[in-house]
Write a protein that binds this ligand. Structure first.
Ligand code: NDP
Length: 237
């Protein structure tokens, strides 16, 4: 546990999966948490009831909504950008609009949200982006567009770390490998393929990602910035 009493945390994309585990972790550790959701109102309501966190409907694929949501949250100590989608398939057959929407959610939203949050963020604030090991390694066909989005946030974090470093605001990327969520169920059809690439032959748990997010947002991580933190059971090893 890290003590986040007195800290305000905003999690973009917190209704399900990794984001929900991050909301639970920060709420359990005493933070005042706000999270966004797009489609999963029931899940968002249940999480609010369980944690006391505040839910806000906001589409990360819409730049104005994202900026307004961050602005409305006021000065926050920690921003976690988790909202993400996965479009896989033969690039010659994939709907280009679906690819562009993924780029809006996975790339444009982290950038605009981070910049907007930094305007009011106090000295020592923390920005954590959920990327993917696929930003470094794309070991199967059909993942080019998704890998593009997760590589893009690497460069963004390196650059923003330098922009906000003078205010002691850190910017880091967490790069999960396969994690058991709706996006990538541990019993899904890709399970054996993915485990074949890994040193640890299992999916990770959302709580394992939440633990790293709490560490990066906590007092022990004040000297870590502009860095990629891979937590992938050795998939990229
Ligand atoms: P899930 O599909 O299980 O959950 C996605 C979450 O993001 C939901 O809370 C969803 O909210 C929210 N979200 C999606 N689109 C939007 C949007 N347009 N606006 C606001 N919120 C949105 O995914 P995971 O938990 O598995 O993934 C979370 C992050 O982790 C993503 O960035 C993903 O790329 C990354 N990741 C996941 C891995 C995995 O194996 N699971 C591996 C590596 C990275 P709602 O349902 O309300 O729309």
């Amino acid at each position: 546990m890290t003590d986040f009493h007195g800290k305000k945390v905003l999690v973009l994309g917190g209704s399900r999966g990794i984001g929900a585990a991050i909301v639970r972790r920060f709420a359990n550790d005493g933070a005042e948490v706000t999270f966004t959701y797009a489609g999963s109102k029931d899940a968002a309501d249940a999480l609010t009831a369980a944690t006391g966190a505040k839910a806000v409907k906001s589409d990360a694929g819409d730049r104005s909504q994202t900026i307004e949501t961050v602005k409305a949250a006021g000065p926050i100590d920690v921003l976690v950008v988790n909202a993400g989608t996965l479009v896989l398939g033969d690039p010659l057959e994939t709907d280009p609009d679906a690819v562009d929407r993924m780029i809006d959610i996975n790339v444009r939203a982290p950038y605009h949200a981070s910049v907007e949050a930094a305007r009011l963020m106090p000295e020592g604030g923390r920005i954590v982006i959920i990327g993917s090991v696929n930003g470094d390694r794309m070991p199967f066909a059909g993942g080019a567009a998704y890998a593009l989005t997760k590589s893009a946030v690497q460069g963004m974090a390196r650059g923003l770390a330098r922009d906000f470093g003078p205010r002691n605001i850190t910017v880091n990327v967490i790069q999960p490998g396969p994690i058991d969520t709706d996006m990538n169920p541990a019993d899904g059809p890709m399970k054996d393929t993915m485990h074949g690439f890994m040193a640890l032959k299992r999916h990770g748990r959302p709580e394992e990602i939440a633990g790293l997010a709490a560490y990066l947002a906590g007092p022990e991580a004040g000297f870590i910035t502009g860095a990629m933190h891979t937590i992938d059971g050795g998939m990229g090893a």
